[in-house]
Structures are given as C-alpha cells and as structure tokens.
Design a protein around this ligand. Sequence first.
Ligand code: HEM
Length: 269
Amino acid sequence: MISIWKGLLSPDGTCEIDVCPFLQNLTCDAISRTAFGNSHEEGTKIFELLKKQGNLVMTARHTNNPLWRYPEWQARARQEVLQVFGNQNPNIEGLSQLKIVTMILYEVLRLYPPVLYFNRAIQKDLKVGNLLLPAGTKVSLPIILIHQDNDIWGDDAKEFKPERFAEGIAKATKGQVCYFPFGWGPRICIGQNFAILEAKIAISLLLQNFSFELSPNYAHRPHLSGFGRVSVARCVAGVKRCVLIERSKDDFAMNFEPFGGYMWNFLTP
Ligand code: HEM
C-alpha cells in the first residue's frame, strides 16, 4: 500500500486519495494472510460480497465531526513513532511503548466501534436490579450508545479526545463497564490483541512515510450500518434509557432504568 501511494504522489510530493478502500484492503489482507495464508487479492470476491452486504444494511447517518483535532494528534503520534522506531520497521517491544498511538486507537474505537451492539439470549430467568428477565428474552447491548453517552463521558462525549485515555481504560471509565469495543466476559473478542497490534503497525508505517490532511472535498458523514430503520430512529431520538426486549415474535418495549438503561434491542423495521 505504501509503495502504491508513493507511486501516486505528484512531483510536489502530495496527492489526494480516498484512503478508506486501501485501509479496508489492508485489514482484509492481514486477516487473509494470517488465518488462511493467502492474499486479499485471492479472496477479493468474498470480500466484495461482504462489503455489498454491509452496504445493503447501511441505513443512517451520523453527524458529529471529531476530525478537526486530527492534525494535532497526528503530529503527536508521528513524534512518538519516530522517537520509538526512528525510520526502522516497527518491532514488538517498541509497539508496547506507543502510548499516544494507543490513546488514539482507544478513542477511535470509542467513537466508531466497528461492532455497534451485541446480543444475548437469557437462558434462565434472571434478576438484575429490579428487573426480571424471563428465560428466552433476547437483549442487546448497544456499544455505540454507551460509548457516546454524555452521562458517562461528559458533555464532550461526541468529541475526539484521546486524552481521555491518558491513564488507561480503567481511569477513563472510572472502573465501570462502559467501554467494550471488543465485547466483554467469556465471549470477549479473541482477535483483540491481533487487531490492536495490526493497527499499531499500520499506523506506525503510515506515519513514518506520509503526513495526512483532510481533503477540502471531504464531508464527515460516518453512517451506522447493520441497524434497522426503527432502531436508528430511536437512536437519533436519543431514546437510550429504554429497554427493548424481544421475546419470540412479540416485540415490546419497557421504559425503565434499572440497568442505567442500556439494554437496547434490534428490531427489524
Ligand atoms: C477492531 C477490530 C475488532 C473488533 C472491534 C471486534 C469486536 C468483537 C466483539 C464486540 C465481539 C463480541 C461479540 C459478542 O459478544 O457477541 C467479538 C468476538 C469475536 N471476535 Fe472480534 N473484533 C475485532 C477483530 C477481530 C479479529 C481480527 C479477529 C480474528 C483474528 C476476531 C475474532 C473474533 C471471534 C472469533 C469472536 C467470537 C468469540 C467468542 O464468541 O467466543 N475479532 N469481536
């Protein structure tokens, strides 16, 4: 990717590109090689189909703009990367010393968790606080809503502020379970260290080779994907303190806050 980008530079050493497809290919390639021993190119068809499927369920738009602070954090991250690695390839010891890069990654995963929510089915009747969840109930944990909740993160919850994580996740969350981009408990993501390591390597290499600025043509419009319209409408309306529970085919909603209000269900439109 780096050599392709270098080939695209004009004589003044700059170029305008959409980095997104390249970065998507990079992550697909990393997992293809690691898990299956082949390149992304060979799996292109499958990845294209997955992308198409993702786009089909894409429904809503989201309009906060945290990117105005990127340049500042980009410079800080580059300084750190150059201090740790110089112009050498990243190595495993150095990667664990990258504090600024880690803070940025945590903040990106807070604002833009790739997994928006996950579901659980209650196996046995369960009491949580004042709430009785009968066996068979399905509940969803809306990672994205919890990650952007003003009551937890403050009025600047939607702003990009990696400094929140300056003293680690436990300090940023005040010990509460309110930051879980990789899930939680026994089924926590098995790929989380892989993903963080991969991102740190990619970011380090990119910062060693390029500097980035937003194109004047860029409009910040990240969208939620994988949500049905009804859920998105609820999300936009800010109905987060609502427990929506689906039992078999009957959907019903209850408005109460025993959980701190964070159960949220995915209802099909
Ligand atoms: C930024 C990247 C990633 C994020 C945000 C992420 C997030 C998650 C989340 C939230 C879950 C829990 C789902 C649930 O509890 O229902 C999960 C599970 C899982 N993830 Fe990841 N993941 C990432 C990367 C990866 C990678 C790179 C791999 C493989 C190398 C991977 C493999 C898995 C597997 C196998 C599970 C299921 C674990 C189980 O159910 O026991 N993930 N991931």
